[in-house]
Design a protein around this ligand. Structure first.
Ligand code: CP
Ligand code: NVA
Length: 309
């Protein structure tokens, strides 16, 4: 069986070095400048990105699809409803077949292990577009956004308020690669996984009290209380997380120039108040837009002959 060279994948932030990630963030801002100036930049002409979505998406789908168009390439939306993946074709076989036809594949799925199995059988780079464990593409956008508004995040303090979920895990990995302190305020029983937290233990601390976590922080971040796939836990989680809302009182404990981020979609009145997400410290719309610019930098790095991450 002629399974594969070993292409570079982006399944986790930890697949890239600190230098590579910093280069991506800077390149993302550069590509954003080209686009806003109306300059064409099409290094991926005739390249195709396959986009496998087993969960819903607005930002991820649109940012990858529009990004590929802008880079001169094409993106193909593949949902389990319309492909044989949804009828039980093995993930390994799907990876072998798709990767003989397209130049890069992004996947949004449930179990992280499904993504790693897919990547192990792909001849082309695979990008993690969110799993239950990690959401590294979102962190590229968040780090770019912080950098654009406040400069280097190295040595700063970030407060994660809420669930120890895929976003929290990616913040832990970001703290390791971008060298910032992370205060995690999650209710007991909703901690990040020890195998993710432990290697970042020198920079990441769990604090049960959200106010203490926010104290002096340069960036406050939250996410939904019930992630995709946890819909039936919504009511139970609303009770568990009721003291973990990002509101004006919590923002007042942060540094005066602290920023607020949320990967979106947001539930106003649950994890964040309208006054915060729609207020002056919120950069969520820049953050959402930067999904496109940072993923363009990622695609360029993974795919163009000249660029190398
Ligand atoms: N933040 C994010 O990944 O959004 P979507 O679920 O809309 O893609
Ligand atoms: N934690 C959320 C992030 C959505 C972008 C989820 O997995 O549903």
């Amino acid at each position: 069986m002629n399974d594969t060279p070993n292409p570079k994948h982006f399944l986790s932030l930890l697949d890239f070095s600190a230098d590579e990630l910093r280069r991506l963030i800077r390149r993302a801002t550069e590509l954003k400048g080209f686009l806003h100036a109306g300059e064409r930049h099409e290094p991926l002409r005739a390249k195709t990105l396959g986009m496998v979505f087993e969960k819903s998406s607005t930002r991820t789908r649109v940012s990858f699809e529009a990004g590929m168009t802008q880079l001169g390439g094409h993106a193909m939306f593949l949902s389990p409803r319309d492909t044989q993946l949804g009828r039980g074709e093995p993930i390994e076989d799907s990876a072998r077949v798709l990767s003989r036809m397209v130049d890069c594949i992004m996947i949004r799925t449930f179990e992280h292990e499904k993504l790693t199995r897919f990547a192990a059988h792909s001849q082309v780079p695979v990008i993690n577009a969110l799993t239950d464990l990690l959401h590294p593409c979102q962190l590229l956008a968040d780090m770019q956004t912080y950098h654009e508004h406040r400069g280097d995040i190295q040595g700063k303090t970030v407060a994660w308020i809420g669930d120890g979920n895929n976003m929290c895990h990616s913040y832990i990995n970001a703290a390791r690669r971008f060298d910032f302190k992370l205060h995690i305020a999650c209710p007991a029983g909703y901690d990040p996984k020890p195998e993710i937290l432990q290697p970042g233990a020198d920079r990441c601390t769990i604090l049960r009290d959200p106010m203490a976590a926010a104290e002096g922080a340069d960036l406050i971040v939250t996410d939904v209380w019930a992630s995709m796939g946890q819909e039936e836990e919504q009511k139970h989680r609303e009770a568990a997380f009721k003291d973990h809302q990002v509101n004006d009182a919590l923002m007042a404990r942060a540094a005066p120039d602290a920023l607020f981020m949320h990967c979106l979609p947001a539930h106003r009145g649950e994890e964040v108040t309208a006054s915060v997400i729609d207020g002056p410290q919120s950069v969520v719309w820049d953050e959402a837009e930067n999904r496109m610019h940072s993923q363009k930098a990622l695609l360029e790095a993974l795919l163009s002959d000249s660029a190398g991450a």
